[in-house]
Design a protein around this ligand. Structure first.
Ligand SMILES: Cc1ncc(COP(=O)(O)O)c(C=O)c1O
Length: 455
């Protein structure tokens, strides 16, 4: 199959036949939300109803056709309905949908393929059907491997919404994610370095990674009972706003973990499988984790996720039973296998690196020219633009975030910001032409908001 499969369909975008969200979208959204409650803020802010997607485009029920800068929610990373992946799922949907934990030919191939692409003997694998369940399995695996039971995670990381996964994440004062009074016992959080908003700096004003590591070391000694099984971290804070750590953070954290015999669990559900130009985002810093989880892009839209540990720890997984009703079903294995093959066949990692550089150059220029762009963040296709009221005080500009989101959507950009950091996760097949088109829409929206607010 040609790697240009998506291009013809994208030639006419954006197509706006009515101001979105159009009349059909509004009615369908209203009917749905009579019953469906707790919708995410992006949906409430822009109640559009989608009809179909192909490649880098999405079309709503009113006939508006958008450029996709979201990949669902970091999920359909190889484009909507990639023909090879859709056909692979359809083949098994007609042949064998579910056969519990038994081996199937497609599972055999997926296992071999995963072992061939993952670094450092990360080849003891379990399969699940959502990211959160894979995270829960990773927590159990860390306990089984280490015989210890405490966990340290980081402020503003996100790992899911079940009890252990939410205990590793921000709880919004017990209101939304956990709806409980406290996190589970033995789960602690520490600040992680954000180069734009550092807690500790060196004499030259740049972020002081050593100070963070020294604090963690102190915390392990003073704040835990000395039974820390793992550090649980996203390689890049995705939901938190595409926040990348300083270059020396993960190498130094790994050394700290090794000194204290603590496992490093790298949650790549959002950042992994090519989004940053590497199979694992952590590979940018030459660090191999002890445990890793994949989701979202792993099946390009089909619900399939994975939890992987090093070969030497594979036996410990016997203690946490891999069995689940849907994990590793033939359709799921087919979607994951086809997705990995597409990344290889279409040279996706190289495209992500090249177009990723284009994104960053263009965003750097935008930052120079716009008073409300405080910072830009990114590697590959995991990108963010941080909006502030004032570049000196760095006060977050939440209202601008909402307005830019709505305005750019109205121009034909389907995307996902939440809050003052504009998050972008375009499909990894995208070329510079469409990268530029999307950034044009965002820049126009930013200019309009600046004008309306007297900048
Ligand atoms: C880093 C990370 N881990 C875990 C999850 C949970 O995945 P899921 O929504 O598939 O349960 C997410 C979801 O956004 C995520 O970003």
């Amino acid at each position: 199959m040609s790697k240009d499969w998506w291009k013809k369909n994208a030639e006419d975008i954006p197509v706006l036949v009515t101001e979105p969200p159009g009349p059909k979208s509004r009615v369908m959204h209203e009917n749905t939300s009579k019953y469906m409650k707790g919708l995410s803020s992006q949906v409430k802010l822009f109640p559009v109803c989608f009809d179909h997607g192909y490649g880098i485009t999405l079309t709503d029920v009113d006939g508006n056709k958008y450029l996709d800068f979201s990949s669902g929610i970091y999920v359909t990373s190889l484009g909507h309905c990639h023909p090879k992946i859709s056909e692979a799922v359809a083949y098994w949907a007609k042949k064998l949908m579910n056969i519990h934990d038994f081996t199937t030919p497609v599972k055999e191939k997926l296992m071999e393929k995963m072992a061939s692409i993952l670094p450092g003997k990360l080849n003891a694998i379990q399969l699940y059907s959502d990211g959160t369940t894979a995270v829960e399995a990773a927590i159990r695996a860390a306990r089984a491997i280490s015989g210890k039971h405490e966990f340290i995670s980081a402020f503003r990381d996100f790992h899911g919404k079940t009890m252990a996964s939410v205990s590793c994440a921000q709880m919004y004062r017990g209101q939304t994610h956990s709806y409980g009074a406290t996190r589970a016992a033995g789960f602690y959080m520490v600040p992680r370095p954000d180069p734009y908003r550092p807690l500790w700096t060196k004499a030259d004003g740049t972020i002081d990674t050593d100070a963070y590591i020294a604090f963690y070391e102190n915390f392990i000694l003073e704040g835990t009972v000395g039974n820390v099984a793992a550090f649980v971290l996203e390689p890049v804070q995705g939901w938190g706003g595409s926040i990348f750590p300083p270059e020396d953070f993960f190498p130094k954290l790994k050394q700290l973990c090794d000194r204290h015999k603590i496992l490093l669990y790298d949650d790549e559900v959002l950042a992994g499988m090519g989004r940053t130009g590497e199979w694992l985002a952590l590979s940018h810093w030459d660090v191999v984790p002890d445990i890793v989880t994949f989701g979202k892009s792993f099946g390009n839209g089909f619900p399939v996720t994975a939890m992987v540990v090093k070969e030497e720890n594979g036996e410990a997984l016997e203690k946490i039973s891999a069995s689940s009703s849907y994990g590793g079903n033939p359709m799921a294995c087919a979607a994951a296998l086809a997705s990995i093959e597409v990344i290889e066949e279409e040279d996706i990692l190289q495209n992500v690196r090249e177009v990723g550089q284009f994104f960053m150059k263009r965003m750097a220029k935008m930052k120079e020219e716009h008073p409300i762009i405080g910072d830009i963040k990114g590697k590959g296709f995991l990108l963010g633009i941080e909006l502030v009221k004032d570049k000196t005080t760095k006060e977050p500009f939440d209202l601008a975030g909402k307005l830019v989101y709505q305005k750019a959507f109205r121009k034909g950009l389907a995307w996902i910001p939440a809050g003052h950091i504009l998050r972008m996760s375009p499909p990894l097949v995208m070329n510079e032409k469409y990268a530029s088109m999307g950034l044009d829409m965002i820049e126009e929206a930013i200019s309009e908001v600046e004008k309306e607010h007297g900048y």
